[in-house]
Each structure stands twice: as structure tokens, then as C-alpha cells.
Design a protein around this ligand. Structure first.
Ligand SMILES: C[S@@+](CC[C@H](N)C(=O)[O-])C[C@H]1O[C@@H](n2cnc3c(N)ncnc32)[C@H](O)[C@@H]1O
Length: 334
């Protein structure tokens, strides 16, 4: 590669007018040098003056361009700043919107939980909330099994939950008991009566509270189940077991019962935490059929029931036990 072409490569690329100006300046320089050397000093000075004018004009042109470029740079910088500020504003607005939306959601959730607490009488613990989908599923299955003839009250704090009811009704459908005794009446009495109406059994339910007995009676009547189920008033009375008095249903309410082949023990209520279910077996054992199913609400059963055979896993929602009469036990005869 020749030296000229190397220099040419290193020179910045010139535009057409720039090349023309440079060429004219080069020619003027060469002419001024030639005229000066040949003794035409006046012409040389004139040529140099023209060269100076051209340099001045070129410099002014360059300054103007530089000033324009600087102005354009300032404007571009200002536009950029405006764009960045606009984007920042939009970002802040979007974050604020999200924050408000999250706030709204939080408020809605808090309101829903409060409403739920109200519905469940203030007992909506986290565990209870977590159980809601399963309870809902069980409720759907309950209503698929029976079509109530009147509005069915929702389960409350004192009633068997839908999943417990579903298990209970399944057991009744399988075992088809002839006589069911329920200790503690309520909405469960209506569901049990619907099941027994289909299988051909009968329900006797005891209540210690005359008001609740009346309510259950009215419910059964509204559902047209008076022939299948009977509510008996059984105020709490001290019953003596092993030398101790325990509050239990008045035994008179059981006086005519025998061959009970299914028992649901869901009462009497235990306001002070005492296990009020304990006397139940002692009080009804001689009224049971030779084989009977005993369902007790709650996972634990009193130690005095150890002669019954557990049918389900310990810790289940309700204890399902089977009773088989031994020769030592004397049944009440019809
Ligand atoms: C555990 S509850 C029996 C509930 C019933 N087996 C049921 O599942 O619907 C025991 C007693 O509590 C009373 N009881 C029933 N429903 C009630 C309610 N909603 N509020 C307060 N006590 C109630 C009745 O006197 C009942 O005999």
C-alpha cells in the first residue's frame, strides 16, 4: 500500500464541498509559494489574503454548525429527560394503582372473613375456614341423597357438621336399623328421619331442653316426618353410677324402649367440660338389641365403654363402636 493511500485512509472522510475547499486552499497555498519564490510578492500576498478569507469563512461555517449541533444536543437531552420523567410518572402511577388494588382486595378479604365469622357465630378459626370446601362438598352430597320437603336449617355450632352427618347417614343406609335412639335432638334428627323413612326404621330422640325439643318436633312436622321420628322431653336428672351422681336424661323417657339397634350419643351438652356422655351406655345397655351400632360424637370415648369394639380409626371425627351382648348382660324384654 502506498504512503499516499495510507495517509488518505487515516484522514477523516471529507464531504464533496470540504474536499473542494481543501483543494482550493491547497492550490492557493501552492500558487502563493510559487509567486513569492518568483519575486511576485504582491500577488503572493493577495493569494494569502484570499486564503485567509476562505479560512475565516470556513471557520465561521464550522462554528455555526457546532453551535447548531450543540443546540440539537441540548434539545435531545431535554427531550430525553422529559421522556424519562414521563416514564417515571407512569411507573409510579402503575405501582400506586396496584397498591390501591391490593388494598381493595385486602379490604374485600377482611370483609368476607368478618361476614363468615358472623355466620359461624365468631368461631371461624383458620382450621374451620380450611375445612369449608370439604363441608361444602359434604353438604352437596347430603342434598343429593335426600330432597327435603321443607327448608332444611343450616348446621350450627351445636349440630353435627355436614361431613359427620354424611358418614352417619351412610352407616344408617348400610345397616338399616329398626330403632334408632338419638341423645340430643336437632337438625340431625331430621336428616336421620329422612334416612329411616327410606330404610323403614324409627327414631326416638331425647332432649333435655323443652324449647329445643319443641323446635325439633316442629321441624320434623314441617318435613312430614312425625310418623318416623318422635322427640321426647327428658330433663336432666342425677343418675347414680358406681356410687356417684351424674346429670343425665330422665330414664323415664326410655322406659318403653328395647331392641335399640343404633344409638347416636350427641348429648347431653357439657357446659363445664365434664364428659356427660359417660352414663349413656350404663343407662341404655339393657335396652340395646343383641348387636347394635353406637356412634358417639367426638373422637374420644369414655374409658367405661372399653367393652365396645371400635370400628373406625382412633381420632376420627366420630367414634363408631359395635356392641355385642354377652351372656352376663340381661336385656329388657318387650
Ligand atoms: C350437641 S346438641 C345436639 C345436636 C343435634 N344432635 C344435631 O346435630 O343437630 C345437644 C343439645 O344442645 C341443644 N341444642 C340443639 N341445637 C342447638 C343450638 N342451635 N344452639 C344451642 N343449643 C342447641 C339441644 O338441647 C340439644 O339436645
Amino acid at each position: 500500500m502506498s504512503t499516499i493511500s495510507r495517509i488518505h485512509r487515516r484522514l477523516p472522510r471529507l464531504s464533496g464541498p470540504q474536499t473542494a475547499v481543501m483543494s482550493v486552499a491547497g492550490v492557493l497555498c501552492a500558487a502563493a509559494a510559487a509567486t513569492a519564490l518568483t519575486g511576485h510578492t504582491g500577488i503572493a500576498v493577495a493569494l494569502l489574503a484570499v486564503l485567509g478569507c476562505i479560512s475565516l469563512a470556513t471557520s465561521m461555517l464550522l462554528f455555526r454548525r457546532l453551535a447548531r449541533a450543540q443546540r440539537a444536543g441540548v434539545i435531545a437531552q431535554r427531550d430525553l429527560r422529559t421522556t424519562v420523567e414521563e416514564m417515571q410518572r407512569r411507573l409510579v402511577a402503575a405501582v400506586e394503582r396496584e397498591r390501591l388494588t391490593a388494598g381493595d382486595r385486602h379490604l374485600e378479604l377482611a370483609e368476607a372473613i368478618a361476614a363468615l365469622r358472623q355466620l359461624t357465630g365468631g368461631q371461624a378459626s383458620a382450621a374451620r375456614l380450611a375445612a369449608l370446601p370439604a363441608e361444602f362438598e359434604a353438604t352437596v352430597q347430603l342434598f343429593q341423597g335426600f330432597t327435603p320437603r321443607a327448608p332444611m336449617p343450616p348446621p350450627g355450632e351445636h349440630t353435627l357438621d355436614p361431613a359427620g352427618l354424611l358418614d352417619l347417614l351412610h352407616l344408617i343406609r348400610l345397616r338399616k336399623p329398626r330403632l334408632v335412639l338419638e341423645l340430643g335432638s336437632g337438625v340431625s334428627s331430621v336428616w336421620i328421619a329422612y334416612a329411616l323413612e327410606k330404610t323403614g326404621g324409627r327414631l326416638i330422640t331425647l332432649d333435655h331442653d323443652a324449647g329445643f325439643a319443641r323446635r325439633t318436633r316442629a321441624l320434623l312436622s314441617a318435613h312430614g316426618l312425625d310418623k318416623t321420628a318422635e322427640v321426647r322431653d327428658a330433663p336432666l336428672t342425677p343418675v347414680g353410677i358406681d356410687g356417684h351422681d351424674h346429670p343425665w336424661y330422665d330414664p323415664e323417657a326410655l322406659a318403653d324402649l328395647h331392641d335399640i339397634d343404633f344409638v347416636l350419643i350427641d348429648g347431653p351438652p357439657a357446659p363445664d367440660g365434664e364428659d356427660t356422655r359417660h352414663p349413656a351406655l350404663h343407662m341404655i345397655e339393657n335396652r340395646l338389641a343383641d348387636r347394635a351400632t353406637v356412634v358417639a360424637t367426638g373422637p374420644d370415648v369414655p374409658a367405661s365403654w372399653s367393652h365396645l369394639t371400635p370400628e373406625n380409626e382412633p381420632g376420627s371425627r366420630h367414634a363408631v363402636l359395635s356392641f355385642t351382648r354377652t351372656t352376663a348382660m340381661v336385656p329388657v324384654q318387650a
